[in-house]
Design a protein around this ligand. Structure first.
Ligand code: CA
Length: 217
């Protein structure tokens, strides 16, 4: 899953990006509203963390312009817990908001919930035959036995599971699982899919030649 963080306080931006990467997300960052809007319109992020108070275009304006074109889930970071701010955020199309200063574990939980809702999967467990994916702990079991996946393998499996029944192209996987700081050569999707099949069964992920991958329903 790929997340955009728009925040002008350098220390907070860095620590948010670090914490999200440690959770296995691909993370892009923007320190100003116009750069944030450009990235939000250029890529299909799975969620956006958006600070309200930004230099130049603020978070409200960014959200308003983004909503004309895209439904990307947005979590707003507001500085004050004024009811007017909350109402404005929800009216403008924010999916959730958090008041600063916030607890990091709460931010991560809200992002997981946003991504689940965005994918139409409100529950934190995905079951595919005897395979259970727990998106909260990022663990996988097969027939009740834990299966160890690399961070990349897990990210690909989770993305395909969220889009079960759809063919997911390699391009979509690259876009959702790698961020602007990634070295693409070390991230060959096919190699990771091979790894997942070895651990969870060759027939879990079907290859659609010329199109991509699919976990069938
Ligand atoms: Ca700010």
């Amino acid at each position: 899953m790929r997340i955009l963080v728009v925040e002008d306080e350098p220390h907070l931006l860095r620590s948010l990006a670090k914490a999200l990467r440690e959770e296995g997300y691909a993370v892009d960052t923007a320190a100003a509203g116009d750069d944030g809007l450009f990235k939000a319109e250029s890529y299909d992020y799975d969620a956006i963390v958006l600070d309200v108070m930004l230099p130049g275009m603020d978070g409200w304006q960014l959200l308003e312009r983004l909503r004309r074109r895209k439904p990307t889930p947005v979590l707003m970071l507001t500085a004050r817990d004024a009811p007017r701010d909350r109402v404005r955020g929800l009216d403008t199309g924010a999916d959730d908001y958090l008041v600063k200063p916030f607890d990091l574990s709460e931010l991560l939980a809200r992002i997981r919930a946003l991504i689940r809702r965005g994918a139409g999967k409100p529950w934190p467990r995905i079951e595919i035959r005897d395979i259970v994916i727990d998106v909260k702990s990022r663990t996988v079991t097969r027939a009740g036995q834990p299966v160890w996946l690399t961070a990349r393998e897990y990210a690909i499996l989770e993305y395909l599971a969220y889009h079960r029944g759809e063919v997911v192209t390699r391009t979509a996987l690259y876009e959702h699982l790698m961020d602007e700081s990634d070295d693409t050569l070390s991230n060959l999707v096919d190699v990771h899919v091979f790894g997942i099949r070895k651990k969870l069964g060759a027939d879990l992920i079907a290859t659609r030649r010329g199109h991509g991958y699919c976990i069938e329903i």
